[in-house]
Design a protein around this ligand. Structure first.
Ligand code: GLP
Length: 241
């Protein structure tokens, strides 16, 4: 694992965007695996700024998101689909037909998870997967205890994750209880992984992921086994040594 230490959130975002931009410029047909949450917002802002100033093109890129809440429509401001359209797909001019997220409104969620796996396979897998990390070590929505062999599946969100994500809703009770997420085995198939981590509240879990035992109770610890992971973390996130 390559660890890049930066001073703060802004530098983390800038560095992550630089890696994504170089990847897309190098291979315009790149399949990008994308994440949501607060952490990647700055990265997306830098991607959009570069697109507008320097014209980096995303016309041939395909994007596959990690997850979506069950019960949220793309028109719903709290859906990850809405988030991606607003913060990246529209301002960076990524053709809508080349962006994929699980359908949180599917009548049969298990079938939707399977369909999403096939979509990913038909694209030839993810070239570069951007990841954030939950305070309990989750990646995507793979909560502690999820099998390392898991593929795309429906999850019950833990109380701690619902509490952490409540800031995006008017109350915690409005946070969905389920989501569809790429599995851990699915995430591990990405050719390269870029994990971005910022803030003191992620320091303890980041330390465990980097140096602790590889354990299903800490989903992100599996990243130790991936051959091509880059971690960009700020000083606060790396403050536990
Ligand atoms: C959500 C997302 C994850 C994300 C995590 C951390 O649960 N499903 O992909 O990494 O939140 O979010 P934040 O970056 O806001 O701390």
């Amino acid at each position: 694992m390559k660890i890049i230490e930066v001073q703060n959130y802004d530098q983390m975002s800038q560095q992550a965007a630089k890696i994504i931009i170089e990847t897309v410029q190098d291979r315009p047909q790149t399949v990008l695996g994308l994440a949501t949450g607060g952490t990647p917002l700055g990265t997306y802002t830098y991607l959009v700024r570069d697109h507008q100033l320097n014209g980096t093109s995303y016309k041939q890129v395909h994007t596959v998101n990690l997850d979506e809440y069950v019960g949220k429509a793309p028109s719903d401001e709290q859906s990850y689909s809405y988030y991606m359209n607003k913060h990246l797909f529209e301002p960076a001019n990524i053709p809508k037909t080349q962006t994929y997220l699980p359908n949180g409104l599917a009548a049969n969620l298990e079938e939707e998870a399977e369909r999403y796996t096939h979509t990913l396979q038909s694209l030839g897998g993810v070239d570069l997967q951007l990841l954030g990390i939950g305070k309990n070590g989750h990646i995507g929505f793979n909560e502690p205890g999820t099998s390392f062999d898991s593929e795309t599946h429906v999850v019950q969100l833990t109380p701690s994750t619902r509490q952490a994500n409540a800031k995006y809703f008017s109350s915690e009770s409005e946070v969905p209880t389920q989501a569809i997420t790429l599995g851990i085995a699915t995430i591990m198939k990405a050719k390269r992984i870029l994990l971005i981590v910022s803030g003191i509240e992620k320091a303890e879990i980041l330390y465990q992921c980097l140096y602790g035992q590889i354990d299903e109770q800490i989903p992100a610890s599996i990243l130790q086994k991936h051959p091509h992971v880059t971690i960009i973390a700020d000083q606060e996130a790396l403050s536990v040594v």
